[in-house]
Design a protein around this ligand. Structure first.
Ligand code: AMP
Ligand code: ZN
Length: 124
């Protein structure tokens, strides 16, 4: 995928603050962090959205979650808690079309994340 930002990070064509990598995945710090620790964990394989996952990708997608838990433990907030998020398509605010698992931690996180939107939806 020539024009994919995250494929370029996987291929070392653009810089990133990489915190973990192996043969299946790469994890790096988000450039616009929404928590004291905010990393993105991505498959080396280009998959545009969650809707494009096949059964053959399931092990890799599970591996993303395993890496998130490993990073949370290394960062020291596994026991306090943290959040992992996949955004899928426009209603969820996906902006980069190469699936990425957000790992947010290091402080108490509000829930639900978009209270105003939720109220509007419940009232309609
Ligand atoms: P999403 O809205 O779920 O598609 O999330 C995309 C995320 O990628 C956002 O949190 C951005 O801050 C982050 N991001 C965009 N470009 C880069 C980059 N070059 N390096 C690290 N994170 C990035
Ligand atoms: Zn890609």
């Amino acid at each position: 995928m020539m024009d994919c930002l995250f494929c370029k990070i996987v291929n070392n064509e653009i810089p990133a603050d990489i915190v973990y990598q192996d043969d299946k995945v790469v994890a790096f710090m988000d450039i616009n962090p929404q928590a004291p620790f905010h990393a993105l964990i991505i498959p080396r394989k280009h998959i545009a959205t969650l809707n494009d996952i096949t059964v053959a990708d399931c092990e890799t997608v599970g591996h993303l979650q395993w890496v998130a838990a490993k990073l949370a433990a290394e960062q020291g907030f596994a026991e306090d808690g943290y959040r992992t998020v996949f955004n899928c398509n426009s209603h969820a605010g996906q902006t980069v079309y190469h699936i990425h698992l957000h790992l947010l931690g290091g402080k108490p996180l509000g829930w639900p994340p978009y209270q105003d939107t939720l109220k509007v939806n419940l009232n309609n």
